[in-house]
Ligand binder design. Structure first.
Ligand code: GGG
Length: 359
């Protein structure tokens, strides 16, 4: 029996609702595939910040280091400024553990209604590869003349050759397992230093992958293509901010934020990787127990893949696909009236009977 130690951070808002459903499904698949999970909860959140002045303890990263993976819900809640909650928990974990890949699949599934006209299941199927450790998410900068008419803020972006090359290499390697096509998100017409550098690195890295087709679009028209021609993409690589924005747009075009999973990967496996839905804590529906747990559950499937359990991962994905295709149960974001727990239980039941082959 394979044994895995998983650190669990439910975080804030609907994180408390979707994470238990993710664990329910992972426990169900573990029973089928002779896997054993040990879950350790870390109560790190905006509530913790309100109580202690910190999102996580000073030695929080040391506490997480020995785990095989981190299963995270959502971070951020009204009352704590978003930059405090993000830079106090999520971003330090991504950086300290060199989780420089943020992998976010975008798939239109059978049974899900897309806001795009005339698009069928299977027509939209691509992966966003978001740079996750530098770029526009930078602490470099500051404010001057606070509170005066001359007040100013400066924020520096950081693009390194190492950072660009390693995320692009990951995108190309991924494309080789798919349709062999990488699209780069750029803005080198307006952003005069970092984006031409990004383009140069993309051209250079692509030389090592002559079998992979490439193209690049400025972020503005690329966003338009996500809506008008989403079928043209296979792997899309973008900087930290561009990748973040594109992933919410991707989730919207395939039907719901509640369906978008993500993996923060340390490909070298020197540190634990972290698995979380793309969505945030959704304060507007938190506590109503109507949030869709699928993004969290699917992130659990990505965790299984990373742990080296592909059959279990395929079973979880297949269970999600079957339930959605059947359209029963559905949470309100998908047009149904099932609650979070009903959806989680349905997928957990399905996981023990579905095939575990890729499709
Ligand atoms: N599921 C994690 C979460 O709460 N994400 C919300 C968010 O705003 N994340 C910012 C980011 O991924 O950069």
């Amino acid at each position: 029996m394979k044994k895995y130690k998983i650190a669990v951070i439910e975080g804030d808002g609907i994180g408390h609702e979707v994470v238990p459903e993710g664990i329910r499904v992972l426990e169900a698949v573990a029973r089928r595939f002779d896997i054993s999970f040990t879950w350790q909860n870390f109560d790190w959140s905006c509530q913790t910040y309100a109580n202690t002045g910190r999102m996580m303890p000073e030695d929080g990263l040391d506490q997480l280091r020995p785990f095989d993976a981190i299963f995270l819900g959502a971070v951020g809640y009204p009352g704590v400024p978003d930059h405090i909650s993000l830079w106090g928990l999520l971003i330090p974990i991504r950086r300290a553990f060199q989780q420089y890949v943020n992998l976010r699949p975008v798939r239109l599934l059978e049974g899900v209604t897309t806001p795009l006209a005339n698009r069928k299941a299977g027509e939209i199927d691509f992966c966003l590869v978001r740079e996750n450790s530098e770029g526009e998410y930078s602490e470099i900068g500051g404010r001057l003349h606070k509170g005066t008419d001359h007040e100013m803020a400066i924020q520096e972006s950081v693009f390194t050759r190492r950072g660009c090359d390693r995320i692009m290499k990951y995108a190309f390697e991924l494309a080789r397992t798919r349709k062999k096509h990488v699209t780069s998100a750029t803005k080198s017409n307006g952003i005069i230093h970092t984006m031409p550098f990004w383009d140069e690195r993309f051209a250079e890295v692509s030389k090592k992958y002559p079998d992979v087709k490439t193209d690049q679009y400025h972020i503005d028209i690329l966003s338009a293509h996500f809506v008008s021609r989403p079928d043209r993409f296979d792997v899309v690589v973008g900087s930290n901010l561009f990748g973040d924005i594109l992933s919410d747009l991707g989730a919207a075009v395939v039907g719901s934020m509640g369906l978008a999973p993500a993996a923060n990967l340390n490909p070298e496996r020197e540190y634990p990787s972290m698995f979380e839905p793309v969505h945030g804590s959704a304060p507007d529906i938190a506590g109503k127990k109507i949030s869709n747990p699928i993004a969290q559950i699917w992130s659990g499937a990505m965790m299984l893949d990373h742990l080296g359990e592909p059959k279990a991962a395929r079973a979880v994905e297949e269970a999600i696909f079957q339930i959605l295709a059947r359209r029963d149960p559905l949470t309100p974001d998908l047009g149904g009236n099932a609650n979070t727990e009903i959806m989680g239980k349905a997928i957990a039941d399905e996981v023990s009977v579905v095939p575990s082959e890729a499709r």
